[in-house]
Design a protein around this ligand. Structure first.
Ligand code: SF4
Length: 372
C-alpha cells in the first residue's frame, strides 16, 4: 500500500485566470479534493473581495487565507505597514518585491509546512492558471522549505485552453447574475418584449446616468465616494455581465490598490474611482520620503512621485498614449487577419490585453501569485 498523501492546492489571486481555473477544476476534475486559497494583503480592491466571495459560493468550498492560518494570533500586526517598517520604510518595487514574498509566499509556505508536519502530506500539487496561448514559465516561486514537495501543474496548458476559452468559462459561471447592476443592465438589454435589443448610445447613457445616481445615494456602495463617470461604470457592469470581476472594467490586474505593476493609465483610473486609495498610496510615498532622507522608490519608479500624474497636460498625454497603443494593437490584429483570412479577429477590451499593448510579456515580471 502506498504511503503517499497528496495535498492539491490552487491559489486564487482575485484575477480571472486563477478563478477560471478553479471553476474548470471543479467541473472537470471533481474527484480531486482541491484546497483553494487566497492571501488577502489587506490592500485589495473592493471588487476583488466581492469576486472571491462569489467564487466561494460557486465552488461550494472554503477558500482559506494562509495568512490567517499561520498568523492567527497577530494578523493585525503582520500587515503591509508592519512589513514596510521591517523593510526600513523602503516601498516595494519590481527590484525589491518584498511585499509578494512577505505577504503571499511566506504565509503560503508556512501553511504548507504545517500541513506536511501536522497532517502527514508527502506531496503537494499546485495548480496554476497559465494558458496554452502564453509562454511557459514557472507558475510559482518557492523556497527551500517546500520546493522538494511541490509539483506545479498547468491544466489550461495541458488541455490546450486559450484566452477566449477562459472568458467562456467565466461567462458560463455567470457569478454576477444576482448583482443589482447586472440585473438592471440585462433587463435593459431585453426590453419589454423579452428579446435582446441593440442599445443606442443615448439609451445606455440614460441608463447609467440613472444607475450612478442610485449608487451615489448609497453610502455603503464602494463607489459612493468615487468620481467614476458613466462610461467607466458601463464598462464595470459590462465586465460583470460577462462574468469577470468588476475591476476588469478599468484595471487589468488584481492585487494591491497601489501595486507598482499597474500602468499609468490604471493609476489615473484609480485616482478617479478610488480617490482614497490613491491618496493612501501618496501618503505612503510621503512617509517613505520623510523617513528615508537618502531617497526612496516611488510607486512609479525612482524619482517619479505619484503627484506628477495630477498635472492636466500629463494626464492627457497618458490617455492619448494609451489610446494610440490600443489602436495599434487592434490594427496589428487586423493586418494578421488580412494575411490569414481564416483567423478570427477578437476585439478584446484594452484591459484584457494590457500586457500586450505595453509590450510587457509575462505580466511585466509580476508573479502569478498576485494577479493571474
Ligand atoms: S499586488 Fe503588487 S504590491 Fe501587492 S503584493 Fe503583489 S506585487 Fe506587491
Amino acid at each position: 500500500m502506498s504511503s503517499e498523501k497528496t495535498l492539491h492546492v490552487l491559489g486564487l489571486s482575485g484575477g480571472k485566470d486563477s478563478a477560471a481555473l478553479a471553476m474548470y477544476m471543479r467541473n472537470n476534475y471533481p474527484e480531486l479534493d482541491i484546497h483553494y486559497y487566497f492571501t488577502d494583503t489587506g490592500k485589495e480592491l473592493p471588487e476583488v473581495n466581492v469576486f472571491i466571495d462569489k467564487l466561494r459560493g460557486y465552488l461550494g468550498k472554503e477558500i482559506i487565507d494562509p495568512y490567517e492560518e499561520v498568523f492567527t494570533s497577530n494578523r493585525k500586526k503582520k500587515d503591509f505597514d508592519y512589513h514596510l517598517e521591517q523593510h526600513k520604510n523602503y516601498l516595494p518595487s519590481p527590484q525589491a518585491r518584498w511585499c509578494t514574498i512577505q505577504m503571499k509566499l511566506v504565509p503560503f509556505e508556512l501553511w504548507v509546512k504545517k500541513k506536511i508536519e501536522e497532517e502527514g502530506y508527502t506531496e503537494i500539487v499546485s495548480y496554476v492558471g497559465i494558458r496554452a496561448d502564453e509562454p511557459a514559465r514557472d507558475g510559482f516561486l518557492t523556497n527551500k522549505v517546500t520546493e522538494e514537495y511541490i509539483t506545479i501543474k498547468m491544466p489550461f496548458r495541458e488541455d490546450g485552453l486559450n484566452r477566449q476559452d477562459i472568458l467562456n468559462i467565466l461567462q458560463q459561471a455567470d457569478l454576477y447574475s444576482d448583482d443589482e447592476e447586472v440585473q438592471a443592465f440585462r433587463e435593459l438589454k431585453l426590453g419589454c418584449n423579452g428579446i435582446e435589443q441593440k442599445l443606442s448610445e443615448e439609451l445606455l447613457e440614460q441608463h447609467f446616468e440613472q444607475r450612478l445616481k442610485v449608487i451615489k445615494s448609497d453610502e455603503n456602495h464602494p463607489y459612493f465616494k468615487s468620481n467614476i463617470n458613466i462610461q467607466t461604470l458601463a464598462k464595470v457592469v459590462s465586465a460583470m455581465d460577462q462574468g469577470k470581476p468588476g475591476y476588469y472594467g478599468w484595471r487589468s490586474r488584481s492585487g494591491c490598490t497601489f501595486c507598482f505593476y499597474q500602468q499609468k493609465i490604471e493609476w489615473l483610473r484609480l485616482m478617479e474611482i478610488y480617490p482614497d486609495a490613491y491618496e493612501e498610496a501618496k501618503q505612503y510615498e510621503k512617509a517613505a520620503e520623510d523617513k528615508r532622507p537618502d531617497g526612496t522608490f516611488y510607486w512609479l519608479g525612482k524619482g517619479t512621485p505619484l503627484s506628477v500624474l495630477e498635472d492636466d497636460e500629463r494626464k492627457q498625454m497618458i490617455v492619448d498614449n494609451h489610446k494610440k497603443r490600443y489602436d495599434r494593437f487592434v490594427k496589428k490584429q487586423e493586418r494578421q487577419r488580412a494575411r490569414n483570412p481564416l483567423q478570427k479577429i477578437i476585439y478584446f477590451s484594452d484591459v484584457d490585453v494590457m500586457d500586450e499593448i505595453y509590450d510587457q510579456a509575462e505580466g511585466g515580471g509580476a508573479c502569478v501569485t498576485c494577479y493571474k
